[in-house]
Design a protein around this ligand. Structure first.
Ligand SMILES: Cc1cc2nc3c(=O)[nH]c(=O)nc-3n(C[C@H](O)[C@H](O)[C@H](O)COP(=O)(O)OP(=O)(O)OC[C@H]3O[C@@H](n4cnc5c(N)ncnc54)[C@H](O)[C@@H]3O)c2cc1C
Length: 487
């Protein structure tokens, strides 16, 4: 008889682990509460408009390719990802704009033009050098497919001994040390939000994020990033993975301290030799009454977001695929989100218009627009009235940044708020990236990949090691599959 593994959740991490473990010879069943696979990497379609409801940009495409290779497929040929360059247009409150190219000499010219000096060009090179060093060290330690549940002391030591890195203080201080202009500071302060963290509370080690983005590019997938999920589901089913949709796991069954399977809310038992949870370790803590998983305090959750999906009745000219409209006072914005735990008065708005690159995402002559602002995790405040209030703040910010009034031309608006993220994905407090990467603990001591209390119970995804974001989730699947090993 084949040995069985049950995976709780068909998010990116769950699907990747299913494919990897089935290729090792396990009989794999994925049990997903939602009616569609993909978790936070998902899709919304309406009146011929298509939207990615989660990620809109991926980095490290070679990590995706490694997963596709497990099934003999080629990510680049099958998915045909497109590198978006220039990657962003940044709009500042003071009125100026910076086009962020992945071509370094071009970017250097643009920085000099906007800031009026080459100081921040030099700062950029130094900051990227630090990011490169950190990336190289992480590849040898935290990102490795070695059977470890947490980084070892040796891993930390090798990172710490990195010569002359200003990586151990606050990320914000590292940014201020490297950049003089308000514009470059704002651009680089934003990167910790890629993992739902604040620049003021996270460590300089996150400098590897802007490095990875520039070095490996920011990529889009024609047809939307959900195409990745569609291919992964096909690969998994071909490999014999059993997918049980609309089935919520409410118990982990054990004999003594050893896992024997999971039970759904309808009482269905799925027996297993090994269980891998793609549900956040904090959510497992809740539904097992603390027997398994990791308890998180309210302030330990990463940020959530407020997202608006708009189907426009026309094209808007002169806009890029990715634009960021910065708030007037970024420090105040983080203070409101992190310290005061409230949606900011003046939110920085990320504007994603996939139809700039890909006509298939909307009816001919129309535009699909995705707007996102960071929001604190926590669902209580999100009544319908508050959602409309938040939408007005976004509209005001867009107007101040010289953006067209998207809402005036919207045939419909679909809202996603932290309460919806929590409801649809059982994401604790609607947080997007699990435990927040604040300080040493949040960065290095994430909830472990292997449950410390329960034997044969593992975790995969943004809530565990190494952290959130699509490529990191795939690394998590690589590491945990190595730990589970052959049946
Ligand atoms: C708005 C938004 C924008 C983002 N932008 C980007 C981006 O641009 N680039 C990027 O790289 N990343 C981005 N991300 C983050 C990225 O989407 C996530 O890090 C990644 O998809 C998380 O994958 P995961 O494996 O951790 O699982 P999740 O997506 O959290 O999936 C977990 C799955 O488990 C299921 N589940 C939970 N509990 C149970 C249960 N008890 N029983 C059964 N099933 C259960 C859930 O329904 C879900 O399907 C974004 C996310 C959001 C929401």
């Amino acid at each position: 008889m084949n040995k069985k593994v049950v995976i709780i959740g068909a998010g990116l991490g769950g699907l990747a682990t299913a494919i990897r473990l089935s290729s090792l010879g396990w009989e794999v069943t994925v049990v997903e509460q939602g009616s569609r696979p993909g978790g936070k990497l998902n899709r919304f379609s309406h009146l011929g408009y298509t939207f990615d409801t989660g990620p809109s940009l991926i980095t490290l495409p070679h990590v995706f390719d490694r997963l596709f290779n497990v099934c003999g497929s080629d990510f680049y040929k099958l998915i045909k990802p497109l590198q978006i360059d220039p990657l962003f247009e940044y709009r500042f409150d003071v009125g100026d704009r910076l086009t962020y190219s992945s071509d370094l000499p071009e970017l250097a010219r643009e920085i000099e033009r906007v800031t009026g000096s080459i100081d921040d060009v030099k700062g950029l090179y130094r900051f990227l050098k630090m990011g490169a060093k950190l990336f190289e060290l992480s590849e040898k330690t935290f990102f490795q497919s070695t059977p470890m549940s947490r980084p070892t002391f040796e891993d930390l030591k090798s990172l710490l001994s990195a010569p002359k890195l200003h990586a151990w203080g606050s990320y914000d201080k590292a940014v201020r040390r490297h950049f003089k202009s308000s514009q470059m500071r704002q651009i680089f302060q934003r990167y910790p939000t890629y993992v739902g963290a604040s620049p003021h509370r996270s460590m300089g080690t996150l400098a590897l994020i802007p490095y990875m983005e520039l070095a490996f590019g920011g990529w889009y997938v024609p047809g939307g990033l959900y195409r990745i999920v569609e291919e992964l589901v096909l690969m998994a089913t071909r490999a014999g993975v059993q997918m049980e949709m609309s089935t919520r796991v409410s118990q982990i069954q054990m004999e003594g301290k050893r896992v024997t399977g999971v039970v759904s809310t309808s009482g269905q038992f799925y027996d297993a030799d090994v269980v891998v949870s793609n549900a956040d370790p904090a959510s497992v803590f809740d539904f097992t009454d603390g027997v398994a998983g990791t308890k998180l305090k309210a302030e330990e959750h990463s940020m959530s977001g407020f997202v608006m999906l708009l189907g426009l009745d026309r094209k808007v000219e002169g806009l890029r695929h990715h634009t960021v409209c910065f708030s007037g006072d970024y420090d105040r914005e983080f203070k409101q989100i992190i310290d005061e735990q409230r949606f900011p008065d003046d939110p920085t708005v990320y504007v994603n218009i996939p139809t700039v690159t890909d006509d298939s995402m909307a009816p001919s002559g129309k535009e699909s627009v995705f707007l996102m602002a960071n929001a604190p995790a926590g669902s209580q405040v999100w009544t319908r009235e508050f959602e409309l209030e938040a939408a007005q703040r976004i509209r005001k910010r867009l107007a101040s940044s010289g953006m067209p009034d998207f809402m005036e031309h919207a045939r419909f608006v679909e809202y996603w708020n932290p309460a919806r993220f929590e409801r649809e994905y059982s994401s604790p407090r609607g947080s997007i990236y699990g435990r927040v990467a604040h300080g040493w603990g949040g960065t290095f001591l994430r909830p472990p990949l292997k449950d410390p209390q329960v034997q044969d119970l593992f975790y995969v995804g943004g809530g565990t090691h190494p952290g959130g974001g699509t490529p990191t989730v795939l690394l998590s699947a690589e590491i945990v599959s190595g730990m589970v090993g052959k049946p």
